[in-house]
Design a protein around this ligand. Sequence first.
Ligand code: 4AD
Ligand code: MG
Length: 447
Amino acid sequence: MKTGWIGDVLSGDLDHQSVELKGWVHRSRGSNKMRFVVLRDSTGTIQCVVKRDVVGDEMFEDVKSALIESSLIFRGNVLPTDREHGHEIQVESVEIVGPVNPETPYPITQSVMDVDNLSENAFLLDNRHLYLRTERMTQMLKIRSSVFGAIHQYFRNHDFIEYQAPNFVAGAVEGGSTLFEVPYFPTEENPDRKAYLTQSWQLYAEAAMPALERLYTIAPSFRAEKSRTTRHLSEFWHAEMEIAWAGNNDVMEHGEAVVRKIAQTVLDEREKELSSLGRDLELITRYADNPYPRIRYDEAVETLQKMGVEIEWGQDLDYSKEKILTQDFEVPHFLTHYPKVAKPFYHRVDPDDEKYVLCHDLLAPEGYGEIIGGGERTWSEDEILKRIDEEGTPREPYQFYIDVRTYGGVPHGGFGLGVDRVCAWLAGADHIREVIPFPRDSRRVYP
Ligand code: 4AD
Ligand code: MG
């Protein structure tokens, strides 16, 4: 007898063979003589037919009392049928492993799942640890895994070195307003010593750029985002890269290529999950195949103004504006050359026009908006000191960063990609929460 996955049974490979299936009770109904148990494992669900006269009284009573989400092992024969799953198991023996107590039945019932807005439902958020078992979450998490895999593959296939930076840091990368402060081992000189949770791996990656030249990571980043939107988490997964001897265009080439690779990988690996979530595969094929246009910030502002959106030159685009702008995009678009005033000090000023910086955001279509932020770095010592002073930022926490320029600075650049945002976009999720197992936002750190 073979231990099998339900997915293998459904594929027809195990027809007329005897198998052992390990899983959880998804549904159960029947009479005193015969039970129909729909069993679930990580690969699918299948109907298992249990007859009293085959398994005997004791096992039959066990099955009858096995409530939803009880774990068990069935042994039996695989039969092709013309019913719902195309196959069923004629059960010969059963072993209950983790029975559910009838006094505390599984709380996520069909009526709970029938609510309108699953991602906003407080009961499901409180029971996130159980909600993970639903078909919808399982599909999201499988797509997510493929997205992570594709990013690793892309960078490793292009000779990037995976590199880790600290998560406790002394200064901001992306501005002070979203910094998480942590008390950090008080000393006599500094009884209020604080550290911050990193917003980005970038500054520490730049320090290793002269050593490794091409580096990347996938790691959590932290932002104390007060505004609650469908695309902000306070802990998100950040895929970042840094590359030496490169300018803004070189970095964009990699950004486009990695996003296309992700789209192709989810098509190759997760077609079934995407279809079952109602995702249009033609859209994703387009994201994998077609080139991503590049437009300047100024053009985007003009377009928005023509659409009647109130926006002043110099403002960063917030979500509401990106949403309008990207609604009719057929593929992701790069927005380049943002005004210097809209971006942090590390962005290199455009030598052709000092009002702008050599940077880019990649905006996903269908209203999803920014998925990548990146660009060329301010790489000479003079320029970085000037930019830090202009911003009124203290030099001290950035001394190591300045040193990277003092000792053999070279042109370089990089980007950060919001992995959860990419997952939400490709899966067609209406909230970023839908694609991460335990979402963290300003209201929630439990479960
Ligand atoms: O645009 P951001 O702030 O850029 C940086 O952090 C750079 N230091 C990255 C780099 O050049 N190495 O963030 C990069 C991306 C955004 O485009 C977005 O996709 C994602 O990170 N992101 C978030 N995702 C979820 N929740 C949040 N609160 C996010 N903040 C940023
Ligand atoms: Mg950004």
